[in-house]
Design a protein around this ligand. Structure first.
Ligand SMILES: Nc1ncnc2c1ncn2[C@@H]1O[C@H](COP(=O)(O)OP(=O)(O)OP(=O)(O)O)[C@@H](O)[C@H]1O
Length: 385
């Protein structure tokens, strides 16, 4: 479903200056002299033969990444494959975490790390904690982050009608909107907002009711260091995913906050209805035409059986220009209003939770990763005394 990513940003090691050691896979090949036995049997000639140096060697399950600070992370099962690397499960003390690795020459982790650091500094709630990061020179970059559950696209597709209940859809809508607002507040646009780039946290970390935004490989700063909006560069080429791309993306325009919200809205409609009019359209130009029609004659079909507030949200987002500061508060208000009309309860289970668990979870607040680690450390101290 994803479009081929744009050419990679030239890679610089994200955090660590020296590569970590990696245990478990053989070292990269180097040029070695090969002894050639002469006809008379004596071993004399040494002709250097260049064996190509392996580049971009990704780690695999069972390997251990040892950071510059000497911390060891054993790589567990593969959680997913990205465009340029692999994501593994791992442990940090008692906490389950994810380790994202990307090929050294193609890595886009640098921008991801910048975004996550800024999000942590600003105390954002809907972003993974960046636990560690570094580079294994010439092989791969890595970062250790909060472990998440299945993404919203996969979760939706597992449901019988491929749609969330209205209670889950609206709560997901509210939290994913908040995530976009947080990203914009720290000065970045995602340019690839879609259900597949959001996921709830895991039950083991008591974060299954918090939706996290992840994958910032296409993110870009939209403000300069004086917090002024960087003027649109006009036509810059396609960015993002065809199904969720804004009309501006189709027109190859520079993308701003409003485009993230337009993509967010397509995802919201899809999660609520289970479909989009251009779901089976492959050709990008035809998808653009379908999106244009969804503003005109196709509007009723596009918003069929969605809360009336969706129409207002769509109008509002469409009224914004590249520079506009979106009125997140008003959009949130519409979503809350749609919930109130239906008397939806926050205590109700979410579609991916099993009901027996949900009733006990209602009074539990989610823990931040820092809190989880503090708890684990505390337990460790208690157990050695
Ligand atoms: N924090 C995480 N916790 C659990 N699984 C994760 C996490 N981050 C990524 N994954 C898994 O790894 C997959 C690839 O990750 P991600 O989307 O970040 O990489 P990418 O290279 O940007 O991928 P894509 O090419 O799909 O955009 C995800 O679809 C997901 O299944």
């Amino acid at each position: 479903m994803d479009d081929p990513p744009p050419p990679p940003v030239p890679s610089t090691p994200p955090a660590a200056q020296n590569g970590p050691r990696i245990v478990g896979t053989p070292p990269a090949a180097v040029a070695v002299p090969i002894p050639i036995p002469p006809a008379n049997g004596a071993l004399v000639a040494v002709i250097p033969q260049a064996i190509p140096v392996e580049k971009d060697r990704l780690p695999k399950e069972g390997d251990e990444i040892i950071t510059d600070a000497g911390k060891k992370y054993k790589l567990g099962p593969v959680l997913g494959d990205g465009g340029y690397g692999t994501v593994f499960q791992s442990q940090d003390d008692d906490i389950k975490i994810a380790v994202k690795t990307e090929k050294f020459s193609k890595s886009q982790l640098k921008i991801e790390i910048i975004v996550l650091k800024a999000a942590m500094q600003a105390n954002c709630k809907h972003f993974c904690e960046l636990i560690d990061c570094g580079t294994k020179l010439k092989d791969f970059d890595y970062m250790m982050i909060t472990l998440l559950g299945k993404d919203l696209h996969k979760l939706r597709c597992e449901l019988p009608e491929r749609k969330f209940s209205i209670n889950t859809a609206l709560r997901v809508g509210i939290q994913t909107l908040k995530a976009c607002e947080e990203l914009h507040r720290i000065g970045f646009v995602s340019r690839d907002v879609k259900p597949g780039n959001f996921a709830p946290g895991v039950k083991a970390n008591r974060q299954s009711r918090t939706i996290f935004m992840y994958d910032f490989g296409l993110a870009r700063r939209y403000v300069d260091k004086n917090n002024q909006i960087i003027p649109s560069r006009k036509e810059v080429g396609w960015r993002g995913t065809t199904r969720y791309g804004s009309l501006n993306a189709h027109k190859r325009q520079d993308l701003g906050r409003r485009d993230d919200l337009e993509s967010w809205f397509y995802g919201l409609v899809e999660m609520t209805r289970g479909t989009l009019p251009w779901r089976n359209v492959v050709e990008r130009n035809h998808v653009q035409k379908a999106k244009e029609a969804s503003r005109l004659a196709g509007r009723t079909q596009f918003l069929f059986e969605t809360p009336t507030q969706y129409d207002k949200i769509f109008t509002l987002i469409d009224s914004y220009t590249f520079e506009s500061a979106p009125d997140y508060k008003q959009i949130n208000k519409y979503l809350v209003e749609a919930r109130e009309e239906r008397q939806l309860r926050d205590r109700e289970h979410w579609d991916w939770e099993d009901e027996t668990v949900s009733t006990t979870l209602t009074t539990i607040t989610s823990f931040s990763d820092k809190e989880l680690r503090a708890k684990a450390e505390q337990q460790y101290v208690i157990s050695i005394h």
